[in-house]
Design a protein around this ligand. Structure first.
Ligand SMILES: Nc1nc2c(ncn2[C@@H]2O[C@H](COP(=O)(O)OP(=O)(O)OP(=O)(O)O)[C@@H](O)[C@H]2O)c(=O)[nH]1
Ligand SMILES: [Zn+2]
Length: 325
């Protein structure tokens, strides 16, 4: 696990030291969980083997989610009918969570270890909802992931306004149009694991089909392996990209409560603001109207960019939007 990611671990789940009483899993192999369906896990090995597995008893109630890197023993041949056992979940580098809704503190992990959250928004039809983009940005920062925004249907409306709004936050943006050049989007996704999130109708399926020409076939292949229909499941699923990297499709990801979000964790994604906030009084929320927030002083002194502070406060305020994302 890399140092800079340590801050996103909560609580640190260390593998207990092995004793004589504990089995030795040193011959276990590492794979990535690509689907989760009622206690059955689809695993992908580096060399492309797809294996069905279940949790082993020592894991107890520890959750295993899509994106987890796990150690596996048993039958890892991937032959029909074979079943491997997950014996260990590696420390997660990033954790994308959601609460059922904003008032419900119970959080669910949507996906582990993804590098970036790509917010897919149409420029028109349906019209963009900037508040929803902001909420997704909050979720990405909270997860320890890099946010990015893919603006679709650029043939219908210009992107300038939204691009300008995202600029102080240094969020990467790409625009796409159906049958247009996808190279900028490929550059964004290449060699990284990206979660694509977007409302119905924004053109997400159009993009996925263009990026992964055999996406549908890959999906049915996994169905054969698990023996279960994908559409009965609302869990996320990982698709390898032919040009390198992976995308995580989140079919059931329609509501996006942010009750679990921790403002200090978000602030860490803004190194400049985080440094200035060291002078804040204890318990400062850093939001507009805080009487002694050091961020106001730093902005007035030119130590931090006022536009960036304003954007930070805007996205934090979006947490209380009464919207379904
Ligand atoms: N004008 C225009 N239309 C597009 C573009 N991309 C997709 N569409 C159209 O938008 C509609 C929705 O596209 P989908 O790819 O099905 O959208 P989706 O986000 O996957 O929606 P669901 O399948 O409902 O989740 C379709 O009629 C597409 O043909 C685009 O770049 N420009
Ligand atoms: Zn403050």
């Amino acid at each position: 696990m890399r140092d800079e990611d340590a801050q996103y671990e909560r609580p640190r789940r260390r593998t207990r030291p092995r004793t004589k009483d504990r089995p030795d899993y040193s011959d276990a192999v590492v794979a990535v969980v690509t689907t989760v369906d009622r206690g059955r896990y689809t695993l992908l090995f580096d060399e492309g083997t797809v294996v069905t597995a279940m949790k082993s008893r020592p894991l107890g109630r520890q959750g295993v989610v899509v994106g987890d890197e796990v150690r596996v023993v048993g039958d890892v041949s991937g032959q029909p009918g074979s079943l491997a056992r997950i014996v260990e979940v590696r420390d997660r580098r990033t954790v994308l969570r959601r609460s059922a809704d904003d008032d419900d503190p119970i959080e669910r992990v949507v996906v582990a270890n993804a590098d970036q959250l790509v917010i897919v928004t149409a420029l028109a039809d349906p019209p963009p909802r900037p508040g929803l983009i902001d909420r997704c940005l909050v979720a990405a920062y909270d997860a320890g992931m890099d946010p990015a925004v893919c603006l679709t249907k650029v043939d219908l409306a210009p992107a300038d306004e939204i691009v300008a709004q995202l600029e102080p936050l240094e969020v990467r943006t790409v625009t796409t149009r159906q049958d247009g050049d996808l190279e900028p989007l490929r550059d964004l996704l290449r060699d990284r694991t990206s979660v694509l999130i977007g409302h119905s109708g924004v053109g997400k399926s159009t993009l996925v089909n263009a990026l992964v020409p055999d996406a549908h076939r890959t999906t049915s292949h996994v169905n054969e392996v698990t023996g279960r229909g994908r559409h009965t499941s609302t869990s996320a699923m990982i698709l390898p990209l032919p040009f390198g990297g992976r995308i995580v499709d989140t079919p059931g990801f329609r509501s996006f409560g942010l009750a679990h979000v921790d403002i200090e964790r978000i602030l860490r994604a803004f190194a400049d603001l985080n440094t200035a906030a060291r002078d804040c009084p204890r318990g400062c929320t850093h939001l507009a109207g805080e009487p002694e927030c050091a961020l106001d002083v730093a902005a007035a002194n030119g130590e931090i960019d006022p536009a960036r502070l304003q954007s930070f406060r805007r996205i934090m305020a979006s947490r209380s939007l009464a919207d379904e994302y």
